[in-house]
Design a protein around this ligand. Structure first.
Ligand SMILES: Cc1cc2nc3c(=O)[nH]c(=O)nc-3n(C[C@H](O)[C@H](O)[C@H](O)COP(=O)(O)OP(=O)(O)OC[C@H]3O[C@@H](n4cnc5c(N)ncnc54)[C@H](O)[C@@H]3O)c2cc1C
Length: 419
């Protein structure tokens, strides 16, 4: 049986244009959630957009595949939510499991869809919205004139091609090589690393319907997860998140072999053990870096915007980034829709839009201390099992109507202890 990472989804193939034009209005590089959202939104508004990616679609992307409420909202705004949900496996709760085994089920609007499918649907949506898609085309470098970005060089069909543009939008995700060639990179090291596998297990279906997130000393500074993809297939993985400036923690996590952490997860969490013992792994255990905290890269320079995980748009603490990649992609598009001839004003406008997200990222950064000190999860979950109000607040965090930092700030902890 093929894995969701390499299933022959011929129905999802996204046709490519044969060649690049010499000139276009906007070039979007990277057709993940950020790039496809940006291209779809601009094209729908009537702009001439080319969307390029180094891979043909469908293609795999290492991810937990979880769609949390912010992703649902962004997909809705893009006009593709219904189509995505026809392919996705809807889930009603996140199960938060503490080191001592206590758990709480937090309700939310959730779904799981392997990225091979999701990203193909998004890229196809961009194409249907009017964007021209060219794959496989690898970004090599920017073309600049007097400090202004005026286009890009791409390798397509074994040859280097140049395309001149009014704007280039870079959406190449967490991998550094493309970012490093834009002149926008402030930090090369990732904020975290994570790995996942797909496992087929027909016997687990009845008992296992939640998206499980598990904290434990052995998983520090991170957590393990099991997300049901539907069709008796589960996405199981572990991630490690380094707090900014905490080099000791980063070094410890770098030393820890994530495969060993994965093995520990499958020993210490009973459903993970049952999944691995009775299931069949589909494909490889694969890892990837994450860039979080909306930092590590500048958002643009004249003629150039960066968006998505390239900008650090993934939340640390939870590692969720599909929703915010879509949102920042839409923000980049909205910025260009309002752009005039003054690029500095356009860049300032984009920064202002991104600033509206920064308080949320700061709170998730604070909440990330749970990954380093999992006993905090024991405390929060123990209390949430007794307090419907706290459970409601946790659901609010998931649904982005309340703040995660409040759950584990000093004041929040005091409130937890004192009721
Ligand atoms: C193991 C793991 C688990 C995760 N789990 C979840 C989860 O459950 N839910 C969630 O919301 N988020 C999760 N995330 C985070 C999520 O994967 C990212 O936030 C999201 O993919 C970012 O989207 P993006 O569009 O910015 O970048 P990407 O999705 O990485 O897309 C970037 C695109 O750019 C292309 N590209 C790169 N370089 C070039 C080049 N030189 N030329 C042309 N194209 C190029 C790539 O091929 C790719 O298609 C997880 C991440 C990891 C690593």
């Amino acid at each position: 049986m093929s894995s969701p990472a390499d299933a022959p989804d011929d129905d999802l193939a996204v046709p490519s244009e044969p060649a690049l034009p010499a000139r276009c209005e906007v070039l979007v590089v990277g057709a993940g959630p950020a790039g496809s959202a940006c291209a779809a939104h601009l094209a729908r508004a009537g702009h001439e957009v080319w969307l390029v990616d180094q891979h043909d679609f469908p293609r795999d992307k290492v991810c937990g595949d979880g769609l949390i409420p912010d992703a649902h909202q962004a997909l809705q705004r893009l006009g593709v939510l219904d189509e995505v949900m026809r392919h996705a496996h809807a889930v009603s709760h996140v199960r938060c499991v503490a080191p001592r085994g206590g758990h709480v089920d937090v309700p939310g609007t959730l779904a799981v869809l392997p990225r091979r499918r999701l990203d193909a649907l998004l890229c196809r949506h961009a194409r249907r919205s009017g964007a021209r898609v060219l794959t496989p085309a690898r970004f090599e470098s920017l073309i600049e004139q007097d400090g202004q970005v005026v286009g890009a060089r791409l390798v397509h069909g074994g040859q280097t091609r140049e395309v001149h543009t009014r704007w280039v939008v870079m959406a190449t995700g967490a991998h550094v090589p493309a970012l490093a060639r834009t002149g926008l990179c402030d930090r090369r090291t990732p904020s975290g690393v994570a790995l996942r596998a797909y496992v087929h297990h027909p016997g687990l279906a009845e008992s296992h319907r939640t998206m499980d997130v598990v904290w434990h000393r052995a998983l520090r500074p991170g957590y393990g997860w099991i997300f049901p993809c539907g069709g008796d297939v589960y996405n199981i993985g572990v991630g490690a998140f380094f707090r900014r400036g905490d080099t000791r923690e980063r070094d410890r996590a770098a030393d820890a072999n994530l495969r060993e952490v994965f093995d520990a997860f499958t020993r210490l969490y009973e459903p993970a053990r049952a999944l691995m013992d009775g299931g069949t792994m589909q494909g490889e255990l694969r890892g990837a870096p994450l860039r979080c905290t909306l930092s590590g890269a500048r958002s643009g320079r004249p003629g150039l915007l960066a968006t998505g995980e390239m900008l650090g748009s993934t939340y640390d603490f939870t590692g969720e980034g599909i929703g915010k990649a879509l949102e920042t992609g839409l923000m980049a598009a909205d910025t260009l829709l309002g752009a005039g001839t003054d690029d500095h004003a356009t860049l300032a406008d984009y920064e202002r839009r991104l600033d509206t997200l920064r308080p949320k990222f700061a709170l998730y950064e604070r909440a990330n201390r749970v990954n380093a000190h999992p006993w905090l999860a024991d405390l929060v979950i123990w209390r949430a099992r007794r307090s419907p109000r706290l459970l409601q607040r946790m659901s609010g965090v998931l649904n982005e109507t309340s703040n995660p930092g409040h759950l584990i700030s000093a004041r929040g902890l005091l409130r937890l202890l004192t009721g």
